[in-house]
Design a protein around this ligand. Structure first.
Ligand code: CO
Length: 296
């Protein structure tokens, strides 16, 4: 890896880690998730980073791809388990990190197992190790604690401006045998649940990505495309446009852009049996003998 690239990853990782720790105090009873999202994303920019994807704030059985809607009324309660997933990039080089806060006090065992699974997976990383071996270990740790890993969500390789590139890192035993290689940048993110262990798509989407730029006559659509083009294919939130486009038209414009295959929607994912879900994540660079955690 070139020095400049390595520095960008490390800088992105440092900012992501700092914002993650700073944001933990925001996750408390009676807090409004729309405000939390704005503060976390603001902190990334203030710290000199760019937002790699809208901050995900997933509550209870909501597992991934949820970011608050522009008028989201959701307020955290003392019964909630909340996962926060943060992405920072520098010049397109991405650091991705997540954690879960249990306001209910009922899921300590699950969160502990999830965190140990992440730490153990990271401790195994080195060139030539198979992702199947990592998946098997994560599955065993979470199962032994009495919970289930989410089998259809995986960690992923990242590359410049590409959040899901190359290999996947499963949280269960898999029949494929991809090997890690020196220089790969990997987001490792096991999820644990007391539910079934699978996610399904809902109808709602708040996160989008550019599919293909095409001419459009809608003025609002041109405004959106003009702003997101520089993000390449990095995801963005509908709410980012709520002060530029009449909120009454916002859903319509996004629906239109998705149906014209200009944008791709990332539907909210929730646990199949409405189990409560946790998530812990770090981004690492595979080195000659192990790995460097850039989001520590
Ligand atoms: Co993440």
């Amino acid at each position: 890896m070139e020095d400049k690239e390595l520095k960008s990853y490390r800088d992105a990782g440092k900012i992501a880690a700092r914002v993650r720790e700073w944001g933990k105090s925001l996750i408390r009873e009676n807090a409004k998730i729309l405000e939390i999202a704005g503060k976390i994303e603001g902190k990334i920019l203030e710290s000199g980073g760019e937002i790699a994807f809208p901050v995900n704030i997933c509550i209870n059985d909501i597992t991934a791809h949820y970011t608050p809607k522009y008028n989201d009324p959701t307020i955290l309660t003392g019964r909630d388990v909340i996962s926060v997933d943060i992405g920072v990039h520098m010049d397109g080089f991405i650091a991705d990190t997540a954690y879960t806060v249990d306001l209910s006090g009922n899921y300590g065992k699950m969160l502990d197992a999830n965190e140990i699974a992440l730490e153990t997976a990271i401790s195994m990383i080195k060139p030539e190790i198979s992702v199947a071996e990592i998946g098997r270990t994560v599955q065993r740790i979470i199962r032994d604690a009495g919970f289930k890993p989410i089998e259809n969500l995986t960690g992923h390789e990242v590359r410049q401006y590409d959040l899901h590139a190359g290999i996947s890192i499963p949280s269960v035993e898999v029949p494929y045998n991809w090997k890690m290689q020196e220089g790969m940048v990997l987001a490792i993110e096991p999820f644990a649940t007391n539910g079934y262990g699978r996610v399904i798509e809902s109808k709602q989407a708040e996160i989008f990505g550019l599919e293909k730029i095409k001419p459009t006559r809608m003025q609002e659509a041109r405004l959106i495309l003009g702003e997101i083009e520089k993000r390449k294919k990095l995801p963005f939130a509908e709410r980012w446009f709520s002060n530029k486009i009449n909120p009454l038209k916002l859903d319509l414009v996004f629906r239109e852009l998705v149906s014209n295959k200009i944008l791709k929607a990332y539907p909210v994912l929730h646990e199949k049996e409405k189990g409560v879900v946790s998530q812990f994540e770090h981004t690492v660079i595979v080195t000659k003998e192990g790995c460097e955690i850039i989001t520590k």
